[in-house]
Write a protein that binds this ligand. Sequence first.
Ligand code: LMR
Length: 440
Amino acid sequence: MAPGLVETGKPEVVTSELSLQPPQAAESWLDALKPVPTDEIFALLGEYLKDPHPDKVNLSVGVYRTADSKPWVLSSVAKAEDKLVQEKSEARHEYLPIAGDVKFLEQARDLSLGFNKQTPEEDKKRTVSVQTISGSGANHVGAVFLAKYLKPKNIWMSNPTWGNHHAIWDAASSDIKQRFYPYYDNATRSLDFDGMVKTLDAEAQAGDAILLQACAHNPTGLDPTHEQWKIIADLCERKRIFPFFDMAYQGFASGSIAEDSWAIRYFFKEKPNLDMFIAQSFSKNFGLYGQRVGALHFVLSKPDPTANAAVFTHLCNIIRGEYSMAPSGGAAIVKTILADPELTSDWHADLDVMSGRIKLARQLLYDELKKLKTPGTWEHIVNQNGMFSYVGLTPAQVSFVKEKHHVYMLQSARASISGLNPSNAAHVAKAIDDSVREVK
Ligand code: LMR
């Protein structure tokens, strides 16, 4: 029994000398807990929302916006929602299995790996899929699994990478060292592919894991070419490094599902002796940001039913202990679209709309900077790919564009391109132009 409690469970009256002393200021274990910096992306979004300035521009978080700066419910998504409402399935609010919705997971796997009716069963048996809380959740479950069972010494990440990759791997394990391969060459504003390969060749060890972004690299907008991906695949194979693909923008980057998952499909077909993870998000390509729709696929180097079952049960075990199972609503929308050829073709048209507008927005900004004869080179803005541009401003210049012109981008000068439109591109270009001329 706990001291101070009598058998009835009521507090015992204790009349020791100690209890007559005035209460001491208690020391708490929380005294040692210092606040950590809040996530930069969402903190900046908060600042933007509070800014009353009429000409403010939001280039912070990676979300799609229309040419009128509005959120967009994809037309395919709106139709699927109508269909689901009409169906009024009585099971629509039931629990999903721990692993998630089986049909949705098959569709997600087929989308990422390019499987179709002709795909041999043996290929399908090389995969294990679970539903996750979008891409962050997929990264997290995969990281926890690797930390427990592969136990890599190092997780290699591009320098720079998406800020949340650090938090996810910090949370997964304090034993795995986060190491960085060169990725962005500031001088040329291009991919430092030689630096990447040289570093990994020299320093990565067998059993390490490497995070690779399948397309539309966040934050730089720079992706390897097909030839470069082949070299990366050879390197993973030669050095026995575990590839962990993060794919948050399939179809959103180029408009083509196949092109944006080219690297993943290449690894699957051409490097069958590699196990790998694929973390898949449906936030951007279906515009379902708040629905948290995602999947994690483990690819086995060979069809091995025993290993397959073991991986599956361990992934389910992690999921059950953390959030029991993923939510069903957003996944039902994706499933409805992918199960219906007409809705799927609407979705492809939606992808063209989004990727097309982003490319146009890049051009808009580039043209305005050209008009202003802004010192420096700006071709990289049109050459980069996907949701973001690494504009190439110093942190002081980024602060200047925010303070003086109310244009919000990350300190690294990562700009979420879809925040640009015909009405604000000139304003953003002027802000950049001023910063380059006035802040050295
Ligand atoms: C971003 O990088 O802005 C998006 O992927 C949103 C997020 O979760 O960070």
